[in-house]
Design a protein around this ligand. Structure first.
Ligand SMILES: Cc1cc2nc3c(=O)[nH]c(=O)nc-3n(C[C@H](O)[C@H](O)[C@H](O)COP(=O)(O)O)c2cc1C
Length: 234
C-alpha cells in the first residue's frame, strides 16, 4: 500500500460504526462505590454481556467479539469527552506520549506521532514499531496519553481504554482511512483509545502570570536558536 500524509484529517463522517443498542440504564456517569475502576469493570461486564447476547440472538453467526466490535459498542456508551480545543491540539500536534504498564506494574512511555481524532470520545494512533506498548495493552488495556504544544506550554492528558485493531481484522480498513502520510502504509495495527478522562495540562509558568503570547514568543525564540544556523528556514 502506498503511503499518504499523516495529516489530520479524519472526516468524522468516515468513522462509521453501526450502532447497537445496549440495555438502557446500565451506564451511569456517577462514580460507584468502587470508583472509576468499578465503572470500567462495569463497562467491560456490559460489553461482555452485550456481545454474548448479540451472539446468541444471531445464532452466534458473528463469532466472538473483536476489538473493532468492542470499540463500536463502547462508542455508543460514552458521553462526549473531547472539546473542540482538545481535538485541535491532538490534530495539530499529532505527537502524543503514550503511557502503558505491564501486569507487574512496570511503566512504559513512548512517543506516537500518528494520532488522529476519530470522534468526540475516541483518538487513535498507528502501531508501526511499538512492540512494548502493544504487549502491555494486550495484558492491560488502560492507557494514558499526553499532548503538549511546546510553544505555548499547554496541552491535555487523556486516560482511557485501548482497543488494538490488527491489520486483516474487522474494522481495520475503515480506521486506516483516517491516516495519511508516508508512514500510513506501514501501520500494522490501529490503537483506538476510548477516552474516559480528559484534563488540561499547563506549565507552571502560567501560575506566575505569564501569558500565552509571552510564552509563545519565548519558546519560539528558544526553538529558533536550536535550529541549524539559528533559523527555522535553515
Ligand atoms: C516523534 C516520534 C514519533 C513516533 N511515532 C510512532 C507511531 O506513531 N507509531 C509507532 O508505532 N511508533 C512510533 N514511534 C516509534 C516508537 O516510539 C519507538 O519505536 C519506541 O521505541 C516504541 O516503544 P514501545 O515498543 O515501548 O512502544 C515514534 C517515535 C518518535 C521519536
Amino acid at each position: 500500500m502506498s503511503g499518504h500524509g499523516l495529516a489530520n484529517g479524519p472526516e468524522l463522517s468516515q468513522f462509521k460504526f453501526p450502532g447497537r443498542n445496549l440495555p438502557s440504564g446500565i451506564i451511569s456517569h456517577a462514580t460507584p462505590p468502587g470508583g472509576k475502576l468499578a465503572i470500567e469493570e462495569t463497562r467491560r461486564a456490559v460489553l461482555d454481556q452485550a456481545d454474548a447476547k448479540a451472539a446468541s440472538s444471531k445464532g452466534a453467526a458473528r463469532g466472538p467479539p473483536t476489538p473493532a466490535r468492542r470499540a463500536r459498542v463502547q462508542q455508543h456508551m460514552r458521553p462526549k469527552m473531547l472539546t473542540p480545543d482538545m481535538k485541535r491540539i491532538v490534530e495539530e500536534q499529532r505527537l502524543g506520549f503514550v503511557a502503558t504498564s505491564a501486569l507487574d506494574g512496570t511503566p512504559n512511555v513512548s512517543p506516537k506521532g500518528t494520532f488522529v481524532v476519530l470522534d468526540d470520545a475516541t483518538i487513535a494512533f498507528g502501531e508501526i514499531r511499538s512492540p512494548g506498548t502493544i504487549r502491555n495493552l494486550r495484558d492491560n488495556p488502560r492507557i494514558e496519553v499526553n499532548f503538549v504544544d511546546p510553544f505555548v506550554r499547554r496541552g491535555y492528558r487523556f486516560a482511557g481504554t485501548a482497543h488494538v485493531v490488527e491489520q486483516g481484522t474487522d474494522g481495520f480498513d475503515n480506521l486506516l482511512a483516517h491516516f495519511r502520510g508516508a508512514l500510513a502504509g506501514r501501520i500494522r495495527a490501529i490503537v483506538a483509545i476510548s477516552v474516559t478522562k480528559a484534563l488540561p495540562l499547563t506549565s507552571p509558568a502560567y501560575d506566575d502570570g505569564k501569558t500565552e503570547l509571552e510564552l509563545r514568543r519565548l519558546w519560539t525564540s528558544r526553538f529558533r536558536k536550536l535550529q541549524p544556523n539559528g533559523s527555522f528556514e535553515g
